[in-house]
Write a protein that binds this ligand. Structure first.
Ligand SMILES: [Zn+2]
Length: 73
């Protein structure tokens, strides 16, 4: 019942979906916090899942991935 909308964690060096750069940062985000600021769009909302926030070190594109462990309620 969790993480149904998030892709799995892609590891230490996933290529950026926008620019191909390898070197995304990873930051844990809890349930409810969702602020993405990228050059093309800004999304602020509420996420129902805890997740890993990834952000490209070159173009600043950001995306979310699922945590590798089960969500804690
Ligand atoms: Zn990028």
């Amino acid at each position: 019942m969790t993480d149904t909308s998030l892709p799995p964690y892609s590891g230490e060096g996933p290529p950026c979906a926008k620019c191909g750069y390898i070197g995304a940062s990873t930051e844990y985000r809890g349930v409810g916090e969702c602020i993405h600021e990228v050059q093309y769009d800004e999304v602020i909302g509420v996420e129902p899942n805890e997740r890993l926030h990834r952000a490209c070190a070159r173009c600043a594109f950001a995306w979310d991935e699922a945590v590798i462990g089960p969500a804690t309620a």
